[in-house]
Design a protein around this ligand. Structure first.
Ligand SMILES: Cc1cc2nc3c(=O)[nH]c(=O)nc-3n(C[C@H](O)[C@H](O)[C@H](O)COP(=O)(O)O)c2cc1C
Length: 146
């Protein structure tokens, strides 16, 4: 069904170069556009990132998620965009956020030691399920339940 709820997960390599401040400005730009566009088409989700990678979950109608992901995949602020899952979902995980985000700063790396690890957060080494759960955990630990 075209408008049934779908969920998409991908990860990519961050190409926003530079110092922490430049990285944060870059993320702020991405988030403000993401929140505006996603709200318009009923897409919610979460983005997590560090200086090396992004991982993102998008949820909404199949058509809306597909459309947004097609644009994201062509964005040269990241590369090696790897789709992990795109399938029907029973419910939204991030219904309260047009785009929640968690940056893995040094403090987060400490706090989420098991996940961020010594060599940094590396979604290439995680299963889709583990990555989805980790994003969920990070967002809900940060912002609390709805
Ligand atoms: C890591 C990453 C995540 C992004 N997430 C979203 C998103 O959730 N929604 C969105 O509309 N654009 C997102 N973008 C931006 C899109 O690639 C694109 O620049 C934007 O959708 C263009 O919107 P505009 O035509 O309104 O300017 C993301 C970009 C990057 C690099």
């Amino acid at each position: 069904m075209q408008d049934a709820l779908h969920q998409l997960t991908y990860f990519s390599r961050n190409r926003l170069a530079g110092l922490e401040e430049a990285l944060h400005d870059g993320i702020r730009d991405i988030l403000s556009v993401a929140r505006r566009n996603n709200a318009t088409v009923g897409v919610t989700g979460a983005l997590i990132f560090n200086s090396l990678c992004f991982a993102q979950i998008l949820e909404g109608s199949r058509e809306a998620v597909e459309h947004i992901f097609e644009r994201i995949a062509q964005d040269d602020r990241h590369e090696d965009v790897t789709l992990l899952t795109f399938s029907p979902a029973a419910e939204r995980l991030f219904g309260n956020w047009s785009m929640a985000y968690v940056g893995l700063s040094a403090r987060d790396t400490e706090r989420f030691g098991g996940f961020a690890g010594e060599s940094g957060f590396d979604p290439r080494r995680m299963s889709a399920d583990a990555l989805g759960q980790a994003i969920y955990q990070l967002v809900y630990d940060r912002d609390g339940p709805a």
